[in-house]
Design a binder for this molecule. Structure first.
Ligand SMILES: [Zn+2]
Ligand SMILES: [Zn+2]
Length: 391
């Protein structure tokens, strides 16, 4: 059992997590979820401000006279997935599901707020951020644009996500990049369509696009330092051709990943040059729309050391990997870490019986309620050590 939570608190948190699981809502539509979070905060007597990025909430607890403030963040949105389970608390919203465990993250942060509301063991301010719309990468930036860090200044910020392939009871984090940036691109090629039997009368946009798709693979293999890490993936292609018609228009869409803004810029620069060069060679027109959807999630070194220490204190030093390899998946907490130094840590979700081991974003995924006490303990211990009370 938990260092700080009673079994009664644990049971009520499990109940809350399953309630949230039944009312999953997509990004910026988390109306019922947001209402429920506010109700719980009121029950705990914790003041809060709602309405940032629409459905976002920031609750705040202050003690003593220290000016230092920290922020702890949970994401609250769900995914457009139909849940494949017979659980009695399965989603009641057709086609929407908490398949990434944000119901669990929200519950653990509320549990920590409840504990800290009763605690006199810290001096300073804790902001609890309940952030909408993580999944499509827009919620964190929207909260920041609406004044998150001006209204709730924070010296350090911390985030946590469950990981189904990491054993329950364990934590993992690292210093520097931990999650990738996600960029999306759309390439348009305009040639001249025509009869498939008379190619010499056309500028076949499809043959040009085939060359472009192959050539784009040289960005990672020949233009990026192999130690830096990058991915360029073409994922969709559309033409206005038919079986016997060579197309005049082709659209290629795709996704690029990297760990630093410099590599992301290099990918865009090389992509633009390759499209322009190959289109010029075939006397066609080409354009690239390149957009940055998720910033890289980059952990600050001091905060990451302290986060790993807090995890060791609650989970035992053998259960914390503070040099975990980064992943190319994206997380919009990266936008918050761009503005405030902090740390993003993983908490293991895989129980000994295999519970919680199903992959994120899978229709059979379920957050493992057994990890709630450890997640709450981590947040409480982290807040108390980040804001030490001097005697
Ligand atoms: Zn997700
Ligand atoms: Zn997630």
């Amino acid at each position: 059992m938990s260092r700080t939570a009673s079994s009664e608190q644990y049971l009520s948190l499990v109940k809350l997590r399953r309630e949230l699981h039944q009312i999953p809502e997509l990004g910026f539509e988390e109306k019922k979820t947001s209402d429920r979070i506010c109700e719980v905060l009121e029950e705990f007597g914790i003041p809060y401000v709602r309405g940032l990025a629409g459905t976002g909430i920031v609750a705040t607890l202050s003690r003593g006279s220290a000016s230092r403030a920290i922020a702890l963040r949970a994401d609250i949105d769900a995914l457009p997935i139909t849940e494949a389970s017979n659980l009695d608390y399965r989603s009641r919203h057709e086609g929407v599901m908490h398949a990434c465990g944000h119901d669990g993250h929200t519950t653990m942060l509320l549990g920590a707020a409840q504990q800290l509301a009763r605690s006199e063991r810290f001096d300073g301010t804790v902001h609890f951020i309940f952030q909408p719309a993580e999944e499509h990468g827009k919620g964190a930036l929207k909260m920041i644009e609406e004044g998150l860090f001006d209204r709730f200044p924070s010296d350090s910020i911390f985030g946590m996500h469950n990981l189904p392939w990491l054993e329950a009871g364990r934590f993992a984090t690292c210093t520097g990049p931990i999650m990738g940036a996600e960029d999306n691109f759309e390439i348009r090629i305009s040639g001249r369509g025509g009869h498939a039997a008379m190619p010499h009368e056309t500028k076949d946009a499809l043959t040009i696009s085939a060359s472009i798709i192959c050539e784009l693979q040289t960005i990672v293999s020949r233009s990026i330092d192999p130690i830096q890490g990058a991915v360029v993936s073409c994922t969709e292609i559309y033409t206005d051709g038919a079986t016997n018609v060579l197309p005049s228009q082709v659209v290629i869409k795709g996704d690029a990943r990297s760990f630093t803004p410099e590599v992301s810029q290099r990918i865009e620069q090389r992509m633009t040059a390759i499209v322009a060069g190959l289109c010029a060679a075939h006397d066609a027109e080409g354009s690239v729309i390149y957009s940055r959807v998720f910033l890289p999630t980059i952990n600050a070194s001091e905060e990451s050391k302290r986060a790993a220490d807090a995890a060791r204190a609650v989970a035992g030093s053998d259960n914390v990997d503070s040099d975990y390899p980064p992943m190319m998946g994206a997380e919009d907490f990266g936008a918050m870490l761009r503005d405030v130094p902090g740390n993003y840590i993983f908490i293991g979700n895989k129980g000994p019986d295999g519970k919680g081991a199903t992959m994120l974003h899978n229709p059979s995924y379920d957050f493992n309620d057994d990890i709630i006490p450890l997640g709450v303990d981590y947040w409480v211990h982290l807040a108390e050590t980040e804001l030490p009370k001097t005697l």
